[in-house]
Design a protein around this ligand. Structure first.
Ligand code: PEP
Length: 254
């Protein structure tokens, strides 16, 4: 049985006030959510404390980035142990914006995944192809390589902590969503790659991300290999985010 997760990535948006209002609202709405979805909020690091204070334990909290190093003279970085210490359960690793603007390679992603796992935090490993790669027919091979290389340091007993988010780069923040069928096909391909590298493919949660909104979430979440979503823009609007959480069908996945 796989975890069903809807995670809101605020990116570099929000405020202390938003953290208080939005998380309070989401938490109150969760009382009436009975579809088994785990809701996670991933604010900028400076607002993690605010979100944690409002989460009441029923909303999971994560960070958007973490250092590949354990501790020391790395000014501006956040250690995975600190993320754990604060009480966060998740850390995004390899988001396409990190790959694009901060040169995060698959090698760095692998190092971060290893570090996050060692700290007892669950990495949400982001993979996805660019438009050029999709148009060149390379989408599956690009994503397969990101999965293989990004997860190459995961030990056999650590797979239960791994979450993967498939986010086609051309769909992030653009309003263009992959069709439910295209997303399902890629999720199914990712499961095959996971099986090939010896991972328990059927028990790993795979999220879809890329312009998920209240009006397209249900079709995506209905697909058999899509276990939830990583939501950017729509996670900043409380009603929309709750509506996306409600779009998850009841029952088990996997
Ligand atoms: C994201 O930031 O991971 C994302 C999917 O953004 P958006 O939903 O805005 O496309």
């Amino acid at each position: 049985m796989r975890r069903k997760i809807v995670a809101g990535n605020w990116k570099m948006n929000g405020s202390s006030d938003l953290a208080k209002q939005l998380v309070g609202y989401v938490r109150a709405e969760l009382d009436t959510l009975d579809n088994g979805v785990e809701v996670v909020i991933i604010p900028p690091a400076l607002y993690v404390r605010d979100v944690l204070d409002q989460s009441g334990g029923s909303v999971g909290v994560g960070v958007q980035n973490v250092s590949q190093w354990a501790s020391g003279a790395y000014t501006g970085e956040t250690a995975a142990d600190m993320v754990k210490d604060l009480g966060c359960g998740y850390a995004l690793v390899g988001h396409s914006e990190r790959r694009q603007y901060f040169g995060e390679s698959d090698e760095v992603v692998a190092a971060k995944v290893e570090r996050v796992l060692a700290s007892g935090v669950a990495p949400v490993v982001c993979v996805g192809e660019t438009l050029e790669q999709r148009e060149a027919g390379e989408a599956e091979s690009v994503v397969a390589a990101q999965v293989q290389q990004g997860l190459c340091r995961v030990a056999a007993d650590q797979w239960s902590s791994i979450v993967i988010a498939y986010e086609p780069v051309w769909a992030i923040g653009t309003g263009k969503t992959a069709t439910a069928e295209d997303a399902q096909n890629m999720h199914s391909a990712i499961r095959k790659v996971l099986a090939d590298i010896g991972a328990p493919a059927e028990s790993i949660s795979l999220l879809y991300g890329g312009s998920v909104k209240a009006d397209n979430a249900a079709a995506l979440f209905a697909e058999p290999d899509i276990d939830g979503g990583l939501i950017g823009g729509a996670s900043l609007i409380a009603e929309d985010f709750v509506s996306i959480c409600r779009s998850m069908p009841a029952g088990t996945k996997g």
